[in-house]
Design a protein around this ligand. Structure first.
Ligand code: PGA
Length: 351
């Protein structure tokens, strides 16, 4: 399987000759490349006349510098279809492709040393798509974290399910952000509905936790979502926005290490998944909220996951939706089908 890379091309001026679709992105066109080899490549799918002005390439994840130069010189000539050395496919995509698909497995308060070890074996043996197209994390209980971290394949990162709101000390039963960082844990889930509803964590408390975890270098999977009553009362967006406001008040513009997980409470652990249309509608509204209340850049870059009864059976249809950037998975993350859910990332590549 070939690695996938995201390449951003910026043009110095809008190109009137571009097609309608491309004109939208004339100042910043995102191309997704599937680099097959260093053999001669064909630069195609760039069907409108290429803007011949200065082409600035911001390349991410393309290791050989010679290839960068090859691509730059392939794009610079003003012809529509360009040929160069190395086999390369490019498709013009909207900027949304910059958001790498993300799949999180929330193991909640489940597992024994034996069952967790078996689950790790299953994940290690599974065939999963390249980390170039999907970021995967699993969140075991605190006590199982060291075991999982030691044995799990390196493509899957380990997350905690919670952490304390400030520096550690005399807080019986808590685990601090510093302790997670010390253990080499990159992510923490915060604001999960089970903590909001069962343990009565308030919006502000979750916001403060997010801010503290980020300040210590953790990345945060921040969960939000409405109850069934709130949805039926037509308050879904209002409730989610209140949860986001509390996070924004605590973290400000600092969203680069935040992944938002939209998890309708009525869908969590119930087998009652949101329809792809329901998920897309809320995700699009959440992105709009980010654009209006934080910034257009943050709205564009922030991954919004869907969570709530995601399975191998329903993940593909959900993944097709443009604003669904991945999943936070509970029950199905404890089963081999989690591999299929990870691999639903391919839908985005094919789209
Ligand atoms: P579920 O849980 O997939 O079992 O519904 C999701 C979650 O709580 O994150």
């Amino acid at each position: 399987m070939h690695p996938h890379h995201t390449v951003t091309c910026s043009f110095s001026a809008p190109e009137p000759a571009c097609s309608e679709k491309n004109r939208i992105y004339s100042s910043e066109i995102l191309l997704r490349f599937n680099i097959a080899a260093l053999s001669p490549f064909i630069f195609h799918s760039f069907s409108p006349p290429s803007p011949a002005k200065q082409v600035l390439l911001a390349l991410s994840g393309l290791p050989p510098p010679s290839l960068h130069l090859g691509i730059a010189s392939a794009i610079a000539p003003p012809s529509a279809t360009l040929l160069h050395r190395a086999s390369l496919q490019a498709t013009i995509n909207s900027k949304k492709m910059a958001r790498k698909f993300f799949v999180g497995g929330n193991w909640k308060c489940n597992g024994t040393v034996e069952s967790v070890s078996k689950l790790v074996d299953t994940l290690n043996a599974g065939e999963i798509v390249s980390t170039d197209i999907v970021e995967v994390v699993v969140a075991p209980t605190f006590i199982h974290i060291p075991l999982v971290k030691d044995r799990l394949r390196s493509e899957i990162q380990v997350s905690a399910q919670n952490c304390w709101v400030k520096k550690g000390g005399a807080y019986t039963g808590e685990v601090s952000a510093e302790q997670l960082v010390d253990l080499g844990i990159p992510y923490v889930i915060l604001g999960h509905s089970e903590r909001r509803h069962i343990l009565k964590e308030s919006h502000d408390f979750v916001g403060q936790k997010c801010a503290y975890a980020l300040s210590k270098g953790l990345k945060v999977i921040a969960c939000i979502g409405e109850t069934l009553d709130e949805r039926e009362a037509g308050n879904t967006i209002k409730v989610c926005a209140e949860q986001l406001i509390a996070i924004k008040e605590a973290i400000g513009e600092n969203w680069s290490d935040v992944v938002v997980a939209y998890e309708p409470v009525w869908a969590i652990g119930t087998g009652k998944v949101a329809t792809p249309e329901q998920a897309e509608e809320v995700h699009a509204e959440l992105r709009k909220w980010l654009a209006e209340n934080v910034s257009a850049e943050v709205a564009e870059a922030t991954r919004i996951l869907y969570g709530g009864s995601v399975t191998a059976g329903n993940c593909k249809e959900l993944a097709k939706k443009p604003n669904v950037d991945g999943f936070l998975v509970g029950g199905a993350a404890l089963k081999p089908e989690f591999i299929d859910i990870i691999n639903s990332a391919q839908i985005k590549v094919a789209a």
